[in-house]
Design a protein around this ligand. Structure first.
Ligand code: NAG
Ligand code: NAG
Ligand code: NAG
Ligand code: NAG
Length: 403
């Protein structure tokens, strides 16, 4: 009996030690966040072990897990939901059923998941896009672009671009009763990256006649050049998105070759020939003082040109929208950017907001001091957080006023 109790006690201590991770003081509901974070950490460890044993690729294991979140397209009293194809890419389409005085607004939405994971039919995304459609009485197109490691850059970008371009045709907009002057793109995390890239590339496309009214970027990834920004240093092991995971995602977007991941981990992947690009992601003059704190800017360490020749994607504007020059930024539509304090990607959002403002683009930048990466998707049981609802409501409010 005594030994059983002792085992139980030891097991509880180990479990508690595993679950417990110090949380920033300003987090609301720190215990809930800790449990969500420990669950996701366990799943990542499981994926690592499975990969290490040679059983299955890391992302495949995580894909199996995200698949359990899948929900069928289900219409409700306010929104008709269907899975369909736009120009050969599958989309989940949300059409409001409520009456409308005139033409409707529309949002083309790109889900997150590091270009490797996720889909429009995940419960959290289905809820987010359905509520967007319902609350704004707007058509929402949520895109199922193809994912890594099976497909690499630029496939993800091309899929979302071709859907957006297809949807922006006057004949298609009119089929869905959409006002051509009130269409926007939005996305979170890797989806925010895709939204920013699509908004930029549409401006260069002479075939596109209808322009976007807005772009909404929720904690977006915007550059793969400097992976040692202050936000990377401070939030290396914060909930949901660790530095090692974002580096897996970034490198996995371009290739399954481990040498890129290794070079990115030590932030030595950009060749000296591309040194001029660092001006666009130079945090020492793009971040506000309160984000710079006492971090010291050191000049970049350059890597081999061979890697960049093999995988030029990470230096490509369509993957790193922060590399656009001011003349390109100037023409962008009104922009919403959400950043979270405890997020490796925080400084990407800060730098883009600053660069857009300097270029004269109207920007609303909401910085959530008590939030972490992915917070907006935690709005339903069992992973429901007050901060998720708050960020979502703010995003909808902005869309309602600006789209
Ligand atoms: C449909 O809209 C009504 C009125 O806005 C709302 O009260 C109701 O909760 C909505 N139904 C669903 C399933 O969201
Ligand atoms: C979609 O792909 C099929 C072949 O798979 C092709 O015949 C068709 O023209 C494509 N449709 C569009 C709209 O591109
Ligand atoms: C459809 O997709 C193809 C590439 O798959 C692209 O070349 C074409 O421009 C797209 N059509 C429209 C209308 O966007
Ligand atoms: C970054 O900006 C600082 C000044 O704020 C400057 O000293 C440094 O040379 C810049 N570095 C690059 C690579 O642009």
């Amino acid at each position: 009996m005594g030994s059983k109790l002792l085992c139980l006690f030891l097991a509880s201590v180990i479990l508690a030690y595993y679950i417990y991770s110090p949380m920033p003081e300003d987090f609301e509901e720190p215990w809930k966040v800790m449990f969500i974070s420990a669950t996701l950490r366990t799943l990542k460890h499981l994926a690592e072990v499975t990969e290490y044993l040679g059983l299955q690729n890391y992302m495949e294991v995580l894909t199996l897990i995200t698949n359990t979140e899948y929900v069928m397209p289900m219409s409700d009293e306010n929104v008709t939901v269907t899975d369909t194809e736009f120009n050969n890419t599958t989309v989940r389409l949300y059409l409001p059923r409520k009456a409308s005085d005139g033409l409707r607004r529309a949002v083309v939405y790109f889900h997150g998941g590091g270009w490797c994971l996720g889909q429009a039919g995940m419960k959290s995304y289905d809820r987010l896009t359905r509520r967007t459609s319902d609350m704004l009485n707007a058509v929402v197109v949520s895109v199922n672009y193809r994912l890594a490691p099976k497909y690499h850059f630029p496939i993800q970008f091309e899929d979302v671009y071709s859907v957006t371009k297809f949807f922006l045709q006057s004949s298609v907009l009119s089929q869905y009763g959409v006002d051509p002057d009130r269409v926007g793109v939005a996305g979170d995390s890797a989806g925010g990256n895709l939204a920013a890239a699509v908004a930029q590339q549409l401006l260069e496309d002479p075939e596109v006649k209808n322009k976007l009214k807005i772009q909404a970027l929720l904690y977006p990834a915007l550059q793969a050049l400097d992976l040692n920004l202050p936000s990377y240093r401070e939030n290396e092991n914060k909930p949901i998105l660790s530095k090692s995971l974002i580096i897996r995602f970034w490198s996995g977007y371009f290739t399954s070759d481990l040498s890129l991941r290794e070079a990115m981990t030590s932030n030595r992947h950009v060749p000296v020939e591309s040194s001029h690009l660092f001006q666009f992601v130079n945090w020492s003059n793009l971040l506000p003082e309160e984000m710079k704190k006492d971090h010291v800017y050191v000049s970049p360490t350059y890597g081999s040109s061979e890697l960049a020749q093999k995988y030029p994607g990470f230096l490509d504007l369509r993957a790193s929208p922060l590399l656009a020059n001011d003349a390109q930024l100037q023409k962008l539509p009104r922009t919403y950017i959400l950043t979270c304090q405890h997020d490796v990607l925080r400084d990407d959002g800060f730098m883009y907001a600053r660069r857009l403002q300097r270029a004269g683009v109207p920007v609303t930048h909401d910085h959530a001091k008590d939030a972490f990466h992915g917070a907006i998707t935690f709005v339903s049981f069992p992973a429901e957080l007050a901060v998720g609802h708050r960020l979502f409501n703010r995003y909808i409010e902005w869309l309602n006023e600006n789209l």
